[in-house]
Design a binder for this molecule. Structure first.
Ligand SMILES: Nc1nc2c(ncn2[C@@H]2O[C@H](COP(=O)(O)OP(=O)(O)OP(=O)(O)O)[C@@H](O)[C@H]2O)c(=O)[nH]1
Ligand SMILES: C=C(OP(=O)(O)O)C(=O)O
Length: 212
């Protein structure tokens, strides 16, 4: 079973605002793009992934991620993360009606293709399933079988919302790279400890990371 992923990405100038203490305004857009590039590259390297659609209105990110092989979907609703995901899912379903579909955050710079494949393999056992983030409060991946509605409920405390909505929570060992989203400097330290992709390594090389 090969999956189509929908990856949402805010305009880079607005992205990763909680990293402001670690990466100033001049550097943060480049760091957010590096996270997205490493996320998309690792996703496309996974044998479980057929294709990736990135929902973004950011022109530079769109060009850069298209070069890596992602399909770019404009964020037509312009109404926040869940609206962007629902729109991306509808666009994907129009060209791949029979594909299993998963939403994945763009801020997973440690993502490893084999770990993503294991998560998707586990998700394939259920009509709708999600993976909690490393903090066990949010969500990094929400997956649905062909024909099922995504019903994304990302945002603060999304783990509880996805659970309450009936999605199955995936409890897997050794998939840290799929769970480690980066919102804060502390998250970035944790991601660097796991190992990050080459674009994130370069973009963060000169930052002062808490605890490093
Ligand atoms: N297309 C799109 N993507 C979004 C939107 N809001 C958030 N995202 C993306 O959704 C994912 C999860 O969002 P967050 O982890 O909160 O990332 P963020 O919004 O850049 O971070 P903060 O500015 O610190 O809140 C990231 O990949 C974001 O780029 C939106 O309105 N549209
Ligand atoms: C988007 C999410 O949260 P965060 O902004 O904490 O990454 C989420 O976990 O659903």
């Amino acid at each position: 079973m090969r999956w189509t992923l929908v990856i949402p990405l805010k305009p880079l100038a607005l992205a990763k605002s909680r990293l402001a203490d670690t990466a100033g305004d001049g550097l943060r857009p480049g760091v957010a793009l590096a996270f997205a590039e490493d996320t998309v590259a690792a996703a496309l390297a996974s044998p479980a992934v057929r294709d990736v659609a990135v929902v973004t209105d950011d022109a530079l990110a769109g060009r850069t991620l298209a070069t890596l092989g992602a399909r770019i979907v404009p964020d037509e609703p312009g109404a926040g993360l869940n609206a962007a995901l629902a729109h991306g899912a509808a666009v994907v379903r129009a060209f791949r009606p029979d594909a299993p579909l998963a939403a994945l955050n763009a801020d997973l710079p440690s993502l490893r293709a084999p770990e993503l494949a294991r998560v998707l393999e586990a998700a394939a056992q259920f009509p709708r399933a999600f993976l909690p983030d490393a903090a066990a409060i949010g969500t990094t991946l929400l997956a649905v079988a062909p024909g099922r509605a995504l019903r994304p409920a990302f945002g603060p405390d999304s783990r509880a919302r996805h659970r309450a909505s009936g999605a199955v929570e995936l409890r897997l060992d050794a998939v840290d790279s799929v769970r480690q989203d980066v919102d804060t400097g502390e998250d970035l330290r944790a991601a660097l400890a796991l190992g990050v992709g080459p674009r994130t390594a370069a973009a963060t090389a000169r930052l002062l990371i808490p605890g490093q």
